[in-house]
Structure formats: structure tokens, C-alpha cells
Ligand binder design. Structure first.
Ligand SMILES: [Zn+2]
Length: 121
């Protein structure tokens, strides 16, 4: 029943919704436009989330963590590594000279296995 729906959400909230829909219509948009926009925004946010947390699975199947190296006196590796993948379960380490941007790019395109950087990019 519509009365139950109104009761659950409260008359104030329903009024806000109606006002919002009226303003949306007056601005020349439909509810579908709004939903498309919100969905696109959500998708972008999800993508951003993925970008923030590149990931790699260790030989033991655990999620590896990414740390920067050679940025301070305490994390020198003696080579040109910029990052290290570290497994918190089996403690295995994998050093990489890749920048954070390169790692992100690979984690998005799913090309983490390709070692050689492509020319002309
Ligand atoms: Zn492991």
C-alpha cells in the first residue's frame, strides 16, 4: 500500500522527494537522467577505488601489500627498485623498479604479467 510506504519513510522525506522531482523536471531532466548520472558516478568511484589499491597475489595465494623503497635511509635496497610487494603470510618479497603509476596502469589493464614497458607510450 502506498500509505504504508509513506508511513515507513515519513511524510517529510516524501515531500522532499516530490520537491526534488519537480525541480529536476523544471531543470529539464528526467528521473532516468538522474539515475544514469548516479550510476556512472558510482562506476567511476569504483574504478578510483581499484586505482588506489593495486593488488597482487603471492605464491601462497595471499594478497600482497605494496610498499615504497629507496625513499628514505631506512628502506634502501641497493638497486633501482622503487617498490616492493610483500606477502604478510609467507613473508615473500618481490622488488620492482616500476613507478606507482606503472603499477596502477598494469593493475587496471590486467597486464601485470607483462614485464617490458611498451615503446611509444
Ligand atoms: Zn605468500
Amino acid at each position: 500500500m502506498i500509505a504504508d510506504f509513506v508511513k515507513i519513510h515519513g511524510l517529510g522525506k516524501i515531500q522532499d522527494l516530490l520537491t526534488l522531482e519537480m525541480e529536476l523536471t523544471q531543470a529539464g531532466y528526467t528521473m532516468d537522467d538522474l539515475m544514469d548520472f548516479v550510476e556512472t558516478k558510482r562506476r567511476l568511484l569504483r574504478k578510483k577505488e581499484q586505482i588506489r589499491t593495486p593488488s597482487k597475489v603471492s605464491g601462497c595465494g595471499a594478497q600482497m601489500l605494496l610498499y615504497q623503497v629507496n625513499t628514505a635511509p631506512g628502506n634502501q635496497t641497493g638497486d633501482d627498485s622503487k617498490h616492493v610487494w610483500f606477502c604478510p603470510v609467507c613473508l615473500s618479497q618481490e622488488f620492482t623498479p616500476k613507478t606507482f603509476n606503472q603499477i596502477i596502469k598494469e593493475s587496471i589493464s590486467g597486464d601485470a604479467s607483462k614485464q617490458a614497458p611498451r615503446e611509444g607510450e
